[in-house]
Design a protein around this ligand. Structure first.
Ligand code: CO
Length: 208
């Protein structure tokens, strides 16, 4: 288990260096957390938010799973959203998908009864909803486009949730944005999906 050994050694060095350069760092860091972002992303090992957005520790409240889903029947997702909004007062929610997503690919290529297949059913439903558009694309384009449509659907799932609707109604400032990360060049791209009020979101979805 060289990797675990290396990891623990790296951690020791990191903690030591951190204390050397800033002796009160951990005292401050452990006092409280005031994250500016709730990040909902894929569990893929290449898309860790801490590296992508270079924000200091304590800035990002993170929820990750296969395919960056916000499943409305998933207690884990719901608890994360509730805690982020009601306790941490997080002003920004990012749903970040990525090109080259194995979860999206699996949803496109097969179905089954294993846990991961069942988890990805939602992505299959998204495919069927947009089949007219997706069926006309090449395989690569379809994979990319389904990853984008998946982000949009997850933003939709968040915005129609009572937790955020109630927060918006009581005047809490929250922006929800959908992004896609390109693992080929390291850049985050906007998808034109961004809402900062119940009105803005309802207006957008009533035209769909
Ligand atoms: Co992925």
């Amino acid at each position: 288990m060289t990797t675990i050994k290396q990891m623990l050694a790296a951690n020791k060095k990191w903690a030591r260096d951190k204390k050397k350069e800033d002796p009160t760092y951990f005292k401050r860091a452990s006092a409280n957390q005031k994250p500016e972002l709730l990040w909902i992303g894929c569990a893929d090992s290449r898309v860790g938010p801490d590296q992508l957005v270079s924000l200091p520790m304590g800035s990002v409240f993170v929820h990750r799973n296969i395919g960056n889903l916000f499943a409305t029947n998933d207690l884990n997702s719901l608890a994360v959203l509730e805690y982020a909004i009601d306790e941490l007062n997080v002003p920004n929610i990012v749903v970040c998908g990525h090109y080259g997503c194995g979860g999206v690919r699996a949803a496109m290529s097969h179905s089954g009864i294993q846990p991961v297949d069942l988890w990805l059913d939602q992505v299959r439903f998204i495919y069927h909803r947009h089949a007219a558009e997706l069926d006309n694309l090449s395989e690569k384009e379809r994979w990319d486009r389904l990853s984008e449509l998946n982000v949009e659907a997850q933003v939709h799932n968040i915005c129609r949730n009572t937790i955020i609707r109630e927060a918006w109604k009581r005047g809490q400032k929250i922006t929800v944005i959908g992004l896609i990360y390109d693992i080929h060049d390291g850049e985050l791209k906007k998808l034109g999906i961004e809402f900062d009020s119940l009105d803005a979101w309802e207006k957008h979805y009533s035209t769909k």
